[in-house]
Design a protein around this ligand. Structure first.
Ligand code: ADP
Ligand code: ASP
Ligand code: MG
Length: 403
């Protein structure tokens, strides 16, 4: 007997027919003699619809109230799924994150799971019940509901798998695995049988929506046996693991992220401590910064450019403008019409030809690069947002069609 965590995304539970299909998968796993913990997302576009409803009432609603609203989507799914399983005569219970409890930080809309209490779920499993938990949410030390960031149900599932030392964590979605790039954008993208935690983490962090990046971080940390597969077709998916069988000679994939915006602080003093002041200020406001570029100092000034999430752009500009006197810069330039395209592959930086090949693909497509950023296993370029899809196609073709 194994303990299996199964997570189903929004498209897999979008209506009654899909919920019955999901209940069928859960029932099969349970009837094989396994303990099953299920994690569900909100149905279909529910989360987007709730955001739209909030905007109609107050476009500047507090993050606490947004979490209160958005967390309802997942509650609907778990109750409906429990009803479907009840209808099949199977013992089950649906639980919201606060009932478990899944304890998180208080950073509304971007909370992190700190600890999961095991008693309630353990007691339900001991009664041979299937436990169905709301994804995407937690409860903070004040008892307030939090959410984990868009796509966060994957993280709920992996965190539960880690907490209960599950034998397997299955992420069921609307594609049958992880591909070399988004198969909806590039139809001849290839499905990967397996991928390393490190490569998957970079792909997810650089916009490959198929897994929430923090879920991969947790899976790596706690060595969770993770699999991405389709809820609509019964076939093997992609295994995410520490090492993969084949020695990688090529890149694992291409990812795009159009949720970024660029901020440039122009005319900062060319003194020690300036970067510290800028980024310390932003971190105190919980603003995550990604690609950072500092110009070579000229005369007594320098410029620092960096990217933030588009949703944080307005706040970032406001915070920096409010501190103009202390930071002593000349002016701020902000651009939210940009995007980022990345290639990811183990050993990529030790093979200098790989980055050149990516730049060649962009050159041939006539696409201008605005900023470049690398890690040991990734090269990212910042581009005009209008060029992003074309860039993904050109780079993917260069690496996978010409190979
Ligand atoms: P769910 O609702 O099940 O959580 P998501 O929409 O969050 O599903 O993630 C699945 C989607 O991720 C796919 O439909 C696909 O368009 C997109 N995607 C982006 N990059 C990749 C990739 N490299 N491999 C597979 N899917 C990807
Ligand atoms: N329902 C949430 C979202 O749409 C969480 C998730 O689906 O993982 O972002
Ligand atoms: Mg998702």
């Amino acid at each position: 007997m194994s303990l299996i965590v199964q997570k189903f995304g929004g498209s897999s539970v979008k209506d009654a027919k899909h919920i019955r299909n999901v209940a069928g998968i859960i029932a099969e796993t349970y009837l094989q003699g396994n303990d099953v913990i299920v994690v569900l997302s909100a149905q279909g576009d529910t989360t987007d619809d709730l955001i739209a409803k909030a905007e109609e009432i107050n476009p500047h609603a507090s993050k606490r109230e947004m979490d209160m609203l958005l967390s309802t989507g997942e509650q609907i799914s778990v109750a409906l799924c429990a009803m479907a399983l009840e209808g099949m005569g199977l013992p089950c219970v649906s639980l919201a994150a606060w009932q478990v409890s899944i304890q998180s930080t208080s950073v509304h809309s971007d909370a992190r799971i700190k600890k999961i209490d095991s008693e309630r779920i353990r007691a339900e499993l001991d009664q041979h019940r299937i436990v169905i938990v709301t994804g995407f949410q937690g409860v903070d030390r004040n008892g307030d509901v939090t959410t984990l960031g868009r796509g966060g149900s994957d993280t709920s599932a992996v965190a539960l798998a880690a907490a209960f030392r599950a034998d397997l964590c299955q992420i069921y979605t609307d594609v049958d695995g992880v591909y070399t790039t988004d198969p909806r954008l590039v139809p001849n993208a290839r499905k990967l049988d397996e991928i390393t935690y490190d490569e998957m983490l970079e792909l997810a962090s650089q916009g490959a929506q198929v897994l929430h990046n923090r879920s991969v971080e947790l899976a790596k940390k706690f060595r969770v046996n993770l699999e991405v597969l389709s809820s609509l077709e019964r076939k093997p998916g992609t295994k995410v693991k520490e090492v993969t069988k084949v020695e990688k000679t090529n890149i694992a994939g291409v990812a795009k992220d159009t949720s970024v915006a660029r901020v440039a602080l122009v005319g900062l003093e060319h003194n020690p401590g300036v970067a510290f002041q800028v980024f310390d200020l932003l971190s105190k406001h919980n603003i995550n910064v990604d690609v950072i570029l500092q110009s070579i100092g000229r005369e007594d000034t320098k410029d620092i450019s960096f990217t933030v999430h588009k949703k944080d752009l307005e706040e970032t500009v406001q915070i920096l403008t409010d501190s103009k006197q202390t930071l002593k810069f000349d002016h701020i330039a902000a651009d939210d019409h940009i995007g980022k395209v990345s290639i990811v592959g183990a050993g990529l930086m030790s093979n200098c030809g790989v980055a050149a090949k990516m730049f060649e693909a962009l050159y041939e497509a006539g696409i201008n690069i605005q900023m470049i950023n690398t890690s040991e296993i990734r090269v990212s370029v910042l581009l005009d947002e209008d060029d992003v899809n074309r860039a993904v196609k050109a780079i993917h073709a260069k690496f996978f069609d010409e190979a």
